[in-house]
Design a protein around this ligand. Sequence first.
Ligand code: EPZ
Length: 416
Amino acid sequence: MQKLAIQGGARLNGEVRVSGAKNAALPIMCASLLSADDLRLGNLPDMHDVATMKKLLQQMGVRIDSAAQGAIFNAAQVDRLEAPYDMVKTMRAAILVLGPLLSRFGEARVSLPGGCAIGSRPVDLHIKGLQAMGADIHIEHGYIHAQAKRLKGARILFELVSVTGTENLMMAAVLADGVTVLENAAREPEVVDLALCLIAMGAKIDGAGTDTITIVGVDRLHGADYCVMPDRIESGTFLVAAAATGGNITLTDARADILDSVLDKLREAGAKIVVSGDRISLDMQRRPAAVNVRTAPYPAFPTDMQAQFMAMNSVAEGSSMVVETIFENRFMHVQELRRLGALIEVEGNAAVIKGSAHLEGATVMATDLRASACLVIAGLVAQGETVVDRIYHLDRGYEHIEAKLSALGAQIRRIR
Ligand code: EPZ
């Protein structure tokens, strides 16, 4: 188990480049299954989940030539229509091969993703949508067995907003016979990024980014060149770390237009934020003011930023309330923050945080990706040394995080 040792107290300062977005890269890599031509992807982040997705696609027969920060995917010789349990159990996003496999090959066997630390995370809406498109699906021995001669366009109303649900059905619909309308679709920027990549491959998609997406099925897709969008959650994570430490940083290769809800909250906490082109600067001259946060689907405040704000609120001036409405168990970081001296009470899906002047370093354990980021931020502000254990969670979704933080002046090192 690798750990991160952090000496608290440094104010983050300097410039950091934002990497490609994990939650756009993963579905876009699966889109390579939809054509027999080369899909050349740029700005792929170098992180564990991307490596796992590459392995999953390669074991299906997708050829991948990786170069720096990018790769060429070719699915002309796919001969295994399966996502095995040992790969799905470590990365839920593997479910995103289901739609493309069904759409292009008419068959798929995908292991049911187990739950995970933050909740049960079912995939019933993915399955219901595919059945509405004519897929014959049954679940046996923990696997989803799906078959369809050719998927048919359908009108699908999501009873819950689901990001990967929307992405899976969009990929299923691009080669289906007829028109598919996804209603109550997810509006996340990563859904838009996938749609733009599919359109570059010849798909006919309207409405991505709104709650109604219309897809007109075509016979085949061709190859394309596509550059993955910057990661808005990595961006938010670094901005919160700078705000919590009273620092002054600039993000480059960033996009502010997809971060409104996060930037608004940081301004409310007292940060001075200046946006110019693809650069976002944050200057926090004072101790942050506590801010209330309530997560909800995009464009509202993202659940993936909830834990990071709780770390900042732990050392902010005043009390705050954090309400998590997306996942049923996304407060695993609370008991770890308490070990650092944070004053947090949890009541159902609401946490009340009483900001304290300082936290004390301690050994804490990461439980999921964004909880890990929260603990790193807390370690940056705690007095003394904080050791964050089980940081494989962190490595799944952040590219070279300790190198980037060290370049901003953090005292952080990996213990192997
Ligand atoms: C995506 O997960 C992201 N992952 C998550 O990011 C993110 O937290 C989440 O969207 C919400 O924004 C990827 O994009 C790879 P959902 P996803 O389907 O699609 C329920 C990170 O840290 N639901 O939008 O799995 C579900 O239980 C990760 O990068 C069903 O009930 O989330 C949840 O309560 C963590 N049935 C809610 O909907 C379904 O079939 C939203 O889930 C699907 C979802």
